[in-house]
Ligand binder design. Structure first.
Ligand SMILES: [Zn+2]
Length: 248
């Protein structure tokens, strides 16, 4: 089975309105592209984040796209036969970390079954994921809702070093953070980052208008100051949901 393409490429999302003023209206469906992420001390930026202690969580979520507490989300793999077992098992291991800290669970179902969350390993497809309950939208129509890119550290070689494994872990945690409904931390309403846009465009490869549009969507565009749309704790620059930026 060949991995399929997502119905929403990042290019498709760039012209959709990002700021919806009406309360209780969800943000438009999108697949978030995640190129660079931080190396946090722990996934929640606390040294002693205790299991099932919600007060340790720092995050910002799209309210309308979050799951009912206690939900178990089915997860399947597309093109499983072409992916090393070690990669599959590591994805499962790292995804389950979220369940140690939040009331949400993942059930990795068998070959041939189609999950709510459908993970592809398409080379060059980037690391990306639908946000929260968007994965149920007809737009995805059985196609993948998350891509973990073998060309961007999701491979067996990464697992052979501690450093590589840490990056692999960060990517999986980040993408499953989107599954929970988390938005990029640098775009959450309480983030107040003074951008040097030219430097960011350069650092993230904004050589073309298409690339710059992607950067606009995934970095500069800001969620509205409306807790009915995006609710979150204070801006956490060490969040797993934050891109990595070098200070000027
Ligand atoms: Zn992301």
């Amino acid at each position: 089975m060949q991995p399929s393409s997502p119905p929403h490429s990042d290019g498709d999302t760039r012209n959709q309105p990002m700021l919806i003023q009406n309360q209780h209206v969800a943000m438009p469906p999108k697949v978030i592209s995640c190129k660079q992420i931080v190396v946090p001390t722990t996934i929640f930026n606390t040294q002693d984040a205790s299991v099932n202690n919600d007060s340790s969580l720092k995050m910002a979520v799209e309210v309308a796209k979050t799951w009912k507490p206690g939900s178990t989300l089915s997860v399947s793999f597309i093109g499983r036969a072409n992916v090393p077992d070690a990669v599959i098992e590591s994805v499962k291991e790292f995804a389950h970390i979220w369940s140690q800290h939040g009331n949400i669970f993942f059930n990795f179902i068998g070959d041939g079954l189609v999950g709510l969350i459908r993970i592809s390993f398409t080379p060059g497809g980037g690391n990306c994921s639908a946000v929260g309950t968007d994965c149920q939208l007809k737009d995805f129509n059985g196609q993948y809702t998350m891509n973990l890119d073998p060309e961007e550290d999701i491979n067996e070689r990464s697992l052979q070093s501690e450093e590589g494994k840490a990056v692999f872990r960060q990517i999986v945690l980040h993408e499953f953070g989107h599954v929970l409904g988390c938005v990029h931390e640098h775009q959450q309403p309480k983030a107040n980052i003074k951008w040097d846009k030219d430097r960011v465009y350069t650092a993230f490869g904004g050589h073309s208008k298409k690339k710059r549009d992607l950067i606009d969507v995934n970095i500069f565009e800001h969620y509205p100051q409306n807790p009915a749309i995006v609710a979150g704790t204070e801006h956490d620059k060490d969040s797993i949901m934050h891109y990595e930026f070098t200070p000027t």
